[in-house]
Design a protein around this ligand. Structure first.
Ligand code: AP5
Length: 210
């Protein structure tokens, strides 16, 4: 099963990708997480990506495509994958389509309104290993500490109110055109991404298995 999760910032793509990937036995491949790992390790690529990410701008296509190509070539992705955060513009979608990864089975489009996005981002906290919480909806057992690995929970630098406005603009300008691109290919399934996390997971699994 090869899936793309598409939707605005904080729509819940990462939360759902973790759960659906586990249910389907495929890897969850998040370009945002991979880029943040490069920043944390201080690689050249991380240094190049950091200022763009902090401003809410897209990282140059060539860098992201190289990171993705390396990840998708690993053995575990031979059974399928969930792409979370890729593609993000038409150039990336065309690069994926003309690559050797095989055909995409479904594009899961997350529908959430802007007020909910701002609320979700304001309450999001995460640890350096990628476990994510929400202060109101999904708080950790002990404030400020990850339940899974005991790491401190922090706010992402691109989750400030100013940067989120820019991320939403970038989404509507660069990424929204992909909705028509994948509609034309008959791949889009729409998910109303409100309400309990487990209900959304069930909806996605029902749609992609149909
Ligand atoms: P990336 O990390 O991909 O960020 P994003 O797409 O903006 O998405 P988010 O991670 O903010 O949100 P999400 O939809 O995963 O939501 P989550 O599950 O965390 O990209 C970051 C940056 O990297 C980009 O701006 C760009 O610079 C760069 N980049 C990445 N990929 C790139 C590419 N392909 N090309 C170029 N640049 C690229 O949930 C959000 C919050 O809501 C959490 O607190 C969660 O607990 C809560 N929540 C989730 N579901 C629910 C629910 N049902 N009800 C209530 N709360 C919920």
């Amino acid at each position: 099963m090869r899936l793309i999760f598409l939707g605005p910032p904080a729509a819940g793509k990462g939360t759902q990708a973790n759960r659906v990937a586990e249910a389907l036995g495929v890897p969850h491949i998040s370009t945002g997480d991979m880029l943040r790992a490069h920043i944390a390790s201080g690689t050249d690529l991380g240094r190049e990506a950091a200022s763009r990410m902090e401003a809410g701008e897209l990282v140059p296509d060539a860098l992201v495509i190289a990171v993705l190509a390396e990840r998708i070539a690993r053995e575990d992705a031979a059974v399928g994958f969930i792409l979370d955060g890729f593609p993000r513009n038409l150039a990336q979608a065309l690069a994926l389509e003309t690559s050797s990864v095989g055909t995409i089975d479904r594009v899961v489009l997350f529908i959430v309104d802007e007020d909910e996005i701002v609320r979700r981002i304001g309450g999001r906290r995460g640890c350096s290993r990628g476990h994510t919480y929400h202060l109101d909806d999904h708080p950790p057992s002990q404030p400020g500490v990850c339940d899974v690995d005991g790491e401190p929970l922090v706010q992402r630098p691109d989750d400030s109110e100013v940067v989120i406005r820019n991320r939403l603009n970038v989404y509507s300008r660069e990424t929204e055109p992909l909705i028509d691109f994948y509609h034309d290919r008959g791949l889009v399934v729409e998910i109303q991404a409100f309400g309990p996390v487990q209900h959304i997971t069930r909806q996605i699994l029902d749609e992609v298995r149909a």
